[in-house]
Ligand binder design. Sequence first.
Ligand SMILES: Nc1ncnc2c1ncn2[C@@H]1O[C@H](COP(=O)(O)OP(=O)(O)OP(=O)(O)O)[C@@H](O)[C@H]1O
Length: 606
Amino acid sequence: MRSPCRFIIPRSRGTVTLPGPPTRGPRLDVRRHGGVSGHPSGGGGERLSSSSTSSSSSSTIITTPIFYVNAAPHLGHLHSAVTADCLHRYKVLQGFRTRFSTGTDEHGLKVQQAAEAAGQDPLSFCTAVSERFRHLFVTCNISYTDYVRTSDPAHRRAVQTFWTALRSKGLIYKGTYEGWYSTQDESFLTPSQVVDALDPSGKDIKVSLESGHKVEWMKEDNYMFRLSALRGQLLGWLRGNPGAVQPDRFYQDVLQWLQEELPDLSVSRQRSRLQWGIPVPGDPEQTIYVWLDALVNYLTVAGYPHAHQQWWHSANHVIGKDILKFHAVYWPAFLLGAGLPLPQTIHVHSHWTVGGKKMSKSVGNVVDPVEKSRRFTPDGLRYFLLRQGVPESDCDYNDGKVVKVLNADLADSLGGLLNRCTAPALNPAQRYPPFCSALFPSDRPAAGGRATPEDHRMLGAVRDLPAAVERHYESLHAYKALEAISGCVRLTNGFVQRHTPWKLDRGDEGDRRWLDTVLHVALECLRMYGTLLQPVVPEISDKLLCRLGVRPDERSWAALRFLPRSRGMACPFEGRALGSDSGVLFGRLEPVNTDNRKPKKTLKHA
Ligand SMILES: Nc1ncnc2c1ncn2[C@@H]1O[C@H](COP(=O)(O)OP(=O)(O)OP(=O)(O)O)[C@@H](O)[C@H]1O
């Protein structure tokens, strides 16, 4: 489906697809040709930096984790992707040059075993699952610019070069690893991270304290990375960069880990155990540890080892809390070892649970995001994930909650406001009506004015909104941004309701001017909401802004300028024709039947 307002404009490097109308299939063609999606003001354009905490450089890399292909994607994976996509779209609106990568992590024992079980060779198996992830991301308008697969030859070259760099610095040595290992988590554990448990048959086993997955005692010759030698430097980096891991509770976790023992890390497996992976350069009997392999994907995207400098200086990773140690301890240690810049920020989010249990492939309690995006629309699902997902704490999923949130915020509140203010009955000229400053003076209530103190308070709240939303998007607390926006939408609905413009007399000069002013103010509020919501619900925002007649080049952060007429400045929209009406903004969803009782049987009369 093509959106009515999709524009492609040429710029100095490549092709740019503007962010308003995220599209499905065709969008990928643009990327394949090296285009960067969604950039309203051109590469390195000016950005509003009132409260921005970003690097002074205007280019940045945003990443999701690459997803392990041992099973199909679930809602938790989409959550990471939507969170990173929100950050990416927001940065683009601010004028940053961005790369946004996602992809699939394809090596390792679990994949090798899953392929065997499916009777396929590993690469065919990975290709099929990787395509399912890609399909999900396209369906849900994830505006990635790079899709990495760890089975790609370019990635393999990057990993082997990276390995060689660490080895040449004496940071990798041949040794013997002996200790607990979880194949499920592909991770090593210290004795304090292991507890006793019983398997389903009642047999004594050891499991990981954190994940609950079974662990085994392992002893084998392989290569070790001198992680212990880097502990001091890691601590120094973290202490000097309190924003490097966000939110703070996760930063504190990493600090705590770094204060404990940090043994050297085994970074290879014997080839006889693991064939599906990248061989150690110069030692075909060993395979590179999947996490070292997977983490290097971020450098592959940046062009490592040849042209990474222009991108590898401001990386923002978005990850689930389950992989924090890999990203906040191992990854920075590898980068320090290789003499490369460390990530700017590691944004961590918590988990979606089902009935209180983490949604997870291995548990099998997963929610299918493709099915949900069909039911609730891609934007509906995106909105719900970001409105309800709180980075600091887990959140339980159920369909009833989705319906409630979407009906209240998108269908009734925002959709209702747009509908009211653009309805031909109230706005027969179908134009952005004029604003009368005598009726709505900027200084509080004044003689001849009709605006109330409450109206002024509403204006103040909307005027302050971009700065608050900016702060929340920066820290990836999208739920707070959406809370603030929906609070303002409610205030604007209250404003319209208070002045009942439908009761005003068009034949009376004063009433007509006031009606126009009320509509002008409400449309200005809607323009703000449409612009600010673009990172979260690109299709809905596009529809809203198209209806208001706001052009794609008027949708950046810098173009926000709320209600300029109230400050005596010209408003470019005043008098402009509204866009065509393309139907309801977001259709109301049927409530979910929570009554699980079976319908009563009616007794047949003999
Ligand atoms: N329940 C979840 N809630 C939010 N994000 C999740 C969830 N599960 C996975 N993710 C995201 O996907 C990333 C990779 O997860 P992974 O592939 O290990 O999924 P999983 O279902 O937990 O798998 P497994 O059960 O095999 O451990 C996580 O780091 C996180 O970013």
